[in-house]
Design a protein around this ligand. Structure first.
Ligand code: 13P
Length: 249
């Protein structure tokens, strides 16, 4: 059965004070949620342990925003998937468009990171999405399909149970522009069809939408049959807004 998931990607925002106030607010706010909704906090790696402590006693999940593509060794500044697991994480984001654009992460590197994430026992939230130019030239589906194939082709049956795919159109991230619920649903349906082609149990895989999700557009987006939750940036930094988005699932 696929799960409904709402994940908070704090990006490079926050402080220890914010961890206290934000996690406290979210924890208190989500106690009323349907048990079928999984809420995941993804802070900067340095705050993972603080968030883990602040989350204690709750069922919220924890994740990192990135991992190294190597297992261990002389890679100054990197954090491995195994370390994230060791520090108490359950999830790792991979292939976020900010990593692809600002850190030149390509599909091959994304695939290597996914292998690290899965072999360490974490769940991978694999981000894909097209740029505005690609959408306007009618290539959106093809771009997303290529990203999914490059990242996920050849996974084994056990691996698929730990894969979540997040569709985040690049032009919708942090811009206040959201894909229409219809466009997002169409993309999600085609992603699910492709996953089936790749041998995945596609009906069981959670597909999240991300890109300017706010409390007032979340209900319509999450009502779509192939949208199983969201990956939330800006609105995840305000406890009330994030809780309202979680309630919309
Ligand atoms: O990139 C995102 C989540 O990973 C989306 O960010 P915003 O919600 O700020 O648009």
């Amino acid at each position: 059965m696929r799960r409904n998931i709402v994940a908070a990607n704090w990006k490079m925002n926050g402080s220890r004070d914010l961890v206290e106030s934000l996690v406290g607010g979210v924890k208190a706010g989500v106690t009323e949620l349907d048990k079928d909704v999984e809420v995941v906090i993804i802070p900067p790696a340095l705050y993972v342990s603080d968030v883990r402590q602040a989350l204690s006693g709750s069922s919220l999940g924890l994740g990192v925003q990135n991992v190294a593509r190597w297992e261990s060794g002389a890679y100054t500044g990197e954090v491995s998937a195994q370390m994230a697991r060791d520090a108490g994480c359950d999830y790792a984001l991979v292939g976020h468009s900010e990593r692809r654009q600002l850190f030149a992460e390509d599909d091959a590197q994304v695939a290597e990171k996914i292998r690290q994430i899965l072999s360490s026992g974490l769940n991978a939230i694999v981000c894909v999405g097209e740029t505005l130019e690609e959408r306007e030239s009618g290539q959106a589906e093809q771009v997303v399909a290529e990203q999914i194939r490059a990242a996920l082709a050849g996974l084994g049956a056990d691996d698929w149970t730990k894969v979540i795919v997040a569709y985040e159109p690049v032009w919708a991230i942090g811009t206040g522009k959201t894909a229409t619920a219809e466009d997002a649903q169409n993309m999600h349906a085609s992603m699910r069809a492709l996953l089936a082609e790749l041998g995945a149990p596609a009906q069981d895989i959670s597909l999240l939408y991300g890109g300017s999700v706010k409390p007032d557009n979340a209900v319509e987006l999450f009502a779509q049959p192939d949208i199983d939750g969201g990956l939330i940036g800006g609105a995840s930094l305000v406890a009330n807004d994030f809780v309202r988005i979680c309630e919309a699932v």
